[in-house]
Ligand binder design. Structure first.
Ligand code: ADP
Ligand code: MG
Length: 867
């Protein structure tokens, strides 16, 4: 038969395992179950789809003095109480099933306190199938049409898979059929109503990119780890109702690739979701029975359901699975429902139960330690030994953490207050687990045959069937068309009926024809061999071609990996730069703002500067104007003072002339007295010393009188019966004023200069004195006084009053300013007094109440001329 020879291909070395440096962190998810009906206080709040927040329950808060605060924990994703089983599956398990179909391993486990929903998540309940039944369903939906016939793949009991030839597989199938009463087609089978609702075909999920040119087979095994012993839940043991045998534990072994496996563990080949789940259910039942019989708590055991997917390429014809163990790929998905993570103290265990609980916790503790060491090794670059072997669970998981594959963990939490402290521990473990990285599985190399083999084979088979039907059924074997053609190419046989014993013709003729045929056959065989050899060499050539191409692809893949790494690095660099650029942009923004502020400041300062400059300018011009005005005023004042000085000099000159005249006069009088005295001795008319007066100098303090103390008049002259008599003293230099204030005293003796004779006859004295005031006006003063007789027999005048009259000087008519009174402190007064005193060459004494002020006592002494 032509088909038989097709399976053989030249042996090829197994493809090199591509190196892989890419790692992914363990995917940790969190599922929060709804609060139970009896529970009141909720300690967990989902605050985002990646974060939950734990609140310490009220009682605990009071006990611990508020030490427990709210704590937040982040996960790859958080599933709240409303999350459906389907949503959870889509996010958590679907990628793992896809990986499984693409020859990659996966580990999925649930972790949490008892009652937190681990089993609900993994297995589910009727109507709410968990991750396990959904994963199985997705696997069969994806590979359904490409499944190999039963027993084509055969587990080698060491993680590997062999490919049986068609005959052996057929024999095994027949054996199975004869042993079991299971109907042949699963579709017609009745599904166990116990779990029928757990697998829901209407929510079918399917993986993409299933290789049609491969054949698949699914194997499941189900084990339980209790008290650090491994039990095979699928092992068929004859049940002995009288003396039930305790289940035998299994041991872990390592294959030549250092992958772990449970030695002698049952692996059941399953062809449909229903069948697979039925097997699982069987194991579940067995577990339940064992737990009841042995008085164990199922929450303290770990259950591990392993799905193995074997796949191998179809041969070149696309008809059968390639008979090459090296071409078989086995991937596995491990679904683990871990024991409850509570501490021993919480399990009300005693005696042997306590030991069990301790062990359970021991295995979880080991898991924790392994994760810790792994994390430390990865983060700190250390190379500490990870104690996988310390417990069965971790030992079984070793390959996932050490080798490659995806690891995912669903952390289940119950928000009730009782669980709070345990939940905190669970959270810490979850946090740590997220920091562990696992090597990313690489894509398996493709087998090297042309794609589309399965389809071509199918098309060929269909065509064959059609032609057979046309010819009316097969003749003479399976492939009549080819045989008939061959037969027709031979020369026809002569009639071979022997006529009698002496027939010498027929046999030789037959021999000849047969020989001829033999020759042709020989030729054909030669031809065939030649063609076959040629074909063989062509095939070999092509094979080596393919091999080199495969190597090339491998190489390219390596390069691609490097490029990927480079891209990743560059992406990181870009990220970094982007962050930096954002930072810089922010800084620029700030600087811009600062600049704006400064500019604003500058502008306002400039404005202020300008305004100040303008003000300065204004002030400067003002100053200049003032300066010029002052200049003008100074020149004016200078001019004025010059004129004033001139005037004063003139006045002084006039005064001096007057004085000179007075002195002359006095001298004359003195002469006269002297001559008189010689004749009339009785009445000496000698001028007394008191009559001599020194012109006083005005100063702040009265200057001491140089000659003797003033002589107080001893008695007043008695008034004559006819009233007062006045001496009217009018110096000749006086200007005639024609004003009202003309002293017109009747019965007065008018003198130009005072003389003893006139004074002795009168008791009153008035001096009309003129002078030019500082303002250029003529000031007339009437200086009044009383005449007393001195002890020495002389006359003295005591001034009692001054009347002032101001009149515009007809000489200095140009002067405009007038003042009615002369300032007593004014400078010109000096001159006036001098003038008055000079003119009144008699003693002057102040009387109380005089407005001249105290201390001004002048005694008229006739001035002596200097010799
Ligand atoms: P575990 O396996 O962690 O001990 P289970 O899965 O057995 O916990 O859950 C305990 C109980 O809580 C079960 O009755 C289950 O139906 C219920 N339960 C758990 N998780 C959920 C959930 N997300 N939604 C509804 N019920 C849940
Ligand atoms: Mg459970």
């Amino acid at each position: 038969m032509i088909r038989q020879a097709k399976g053989k291909t030249p042996r090829r070395p197994p493809p090199k395992k591509p190196s892989n440096n890419q790692k992914d962190p363990v995917g940790v998810y969190c599922r929060v179950r709804p609060l139970g009906a009896d529970d009141e206080e909720c300690c967990i709040e989902v605050i985002s789809n990646t974060t939950i927040q734990l609140h310490a329950p009220d009682g605990l808060k009071a006990n611990r003095n508020g030490e427990y605060k709210e704590t937040q924990y982040s996960f790859k994703k958080v599933f709240g109480i409303k999350t459906s089983q389907r949503e959870l599956f889509e996010d958590v398990a679907k990628p793992l099933v896809e990986d499984l179909i693409h020859c990659k391993n996966g580990l999925l486990f649930t972790y949490g306190v008892t009652g937190s929903g681990k089993t609900h998540t993994m297995t589910g309940s009727p109507g709410q199938g968990g991750l396990l039944p959904r994963s199985l369903d997705m696997i069969f939906n994806s590979i359904g049409p490409y499944q190999a016939k039963r027993y084509v793949f055969k587990p080698d009991d060491k993680n590997g898979m062999e490919v049986q030839n068609q005959v052996d597989a057929l024999l095994d199938r027949q054996k199975r059929d004869s042993q079991t009463t299971v109907p042949k087609t699963p579709t017609t089978r009745r599904i166990d109503p116990e779990f029928a609702d757990m697998i829901s075909p209407e929510e079918a999920c399917k993986a993409d990119g299933v290789d049609e040119d491969s054949s698949y087979s699914v194997f499941v095994s189900y084990i339980e780890i209790y008290n650090n012993y491994i039990y095979d839940l699928l092992e068929e043991t004859p049940f002995d109702p009288i003396k039930p045998k305790p289940p035998q534990s299994k041991i872990l072994r390592e294959d030549q690739n250092h992958n772990m496996y449970v030695a002698g563990c049952t692996e059941v080949e399953v062809k449909s979701t229903e069948e697979a789940f039925e097997v699982f259910w069987r194991g579940q039942k067995k577990r339940r029975i064992a737990n009841t019989q042995l008085n164990r708590e199922s929450s303290r055991s770990h259950s591990v359901f392993i799905v193995k997917l074997a796949q191998a390429p179809l041969d070149a014809d696309g008809d059968n699975v390639l008979q090459d163990k090296n071409q078989v790929n086995v991937s596995q998905l491990c679904l683990v429902d871990l024991a409850g993570s509570e501490r021993t103290s919480r399990t009300r265990a005693e005696g042997s139960r306590l030991r069990e609980a301790g062990n359970i916790n021991q295995s979880l503790m080991t898991l924790r330690t392994c994760i810790e060491v792994l994390r430390e090794n990865q983060m700190c670059g250390t190379n500490k030994m990870v104690p996988y072997r310390d417990s069965k669970v971790t030992h079984l998981f070793k390959n996932y953490f050490d080798g490659e594959g995806k690891v995912r963990m669903v952390v289940c939490v119950n928000p009730k207050a009782d669980d709070y402290e345990e939940t905190l521990l669970v959270m810490r473990f979850a946090e740590m687990t997220q920091e562990v990285e696992v090597a990313r599985p690489v894509d398996r190399p493709i087998c090297g045959f042309a794609a589309g083999r399965r389809q071509r084979n199918q098309a060929f088979k269909e065509e064959l069937t059609r032609r057979l039907e046309e010819r009316g059924g097969p003749v003479d074997g399976e492939f009549p068309t080819v045989l008939n053609q061959l037969l027709q190419s031979f020369p026809p046989l002569p009639p071979c009926e022997i006529s009698g014993p002496n027939d010498d013709v027929t046999l030789p003729r037959l021999i000849e024809a047969l020989e001829k045929r033999h020759k042709i056959r020989q030729m054909m065989i030669e031809e065939y061999n030649k063609t076959a050899n040629m074909l063989k060499s062509v095939l070999q050539e092509q094979d080596s071609n393919i091999l080199s191409k495969e190597n090339f692809i491998q190489e390219q893949r390596g390069k691609l990996g490097e490029k990927d790494k480079m891209i990743q690095n560059q992406k990181n660099e870009i990220d970094r730069l982007e962050k930096k650029s954002k930072m810089l942009e922010y800084k620029i923004d700030i600087l811009q703002k600062t600049t704006n502020i400064y500019e604003e400041d500058k502008r306002s300062l400039q404005q202020e500067l300008e305004s100040r400059e303008q003000r300065l300018q204004r002030e400067l011009s003002e100053k200049r104007r003032m300066e010029s005005r002052m200049q003008g005023m100074v020149t004016d004042a200078k001019l004025k003072w010059e004129k004033e000085c001139e005037r004063r000099v003139n006045a002084k000159q006039l005064e001096m002339q007057n004085k000179l005249w007075v002195k002359d006069e006095k001298l004359k009088q003195l002469k006269a007295i002297v001559t008189e005295g010689k004749t009339e001795n009785r009445q000496p008319q000698r001028p007394s010393r008191e009559k001599d007066k020194v012109p006083p100098k005005r100063s702040a303090s009265p200057s001491p009188v140089p000659t003797g103390p003033p002589v107080r008049p001893l008695h007043r002259r008695s008034h004559s019966a006819g009233g007062e008599r006045w001496v009217d003293h009018k110096p000749t230099s006086n200007v005639d004023l024609d004003t009202v204030l003309q002293p017109n005293i009747p019965n007065a003796i008018k003198v130009n200069a005072p003389n003893e004779k006139a004074l002795s006859k009168c008791d009153k004295y008035v001096l009309t004195h003129q002078e030019v005031a500082s303002d250029g006006e003529i000031q007339t003063k009437l200086i009044k006084g009383e005449v007393f007789k001195t002890r020495g027999g002389g006359q003295s005048v005591q001034f009692t009053d001054i009347e002032t009259l101001k009149q515009e000087n007809p000489v200095a008519a140009s002067r405009k300013r007038r003042s009615s009174e002369t300032d007593p402190d004014g400078e010109p007064m000096d001159g006036d007094w001098t003038d008055v005193e000079t003119r009144c060459s008699v003693a002057v004494e102040m009387r109380a109440g005089s407005n001249l002020g105290p201390g001004y006592q002048h005694h008229g002494y006739p001035k002596r001329r200097k010799p």
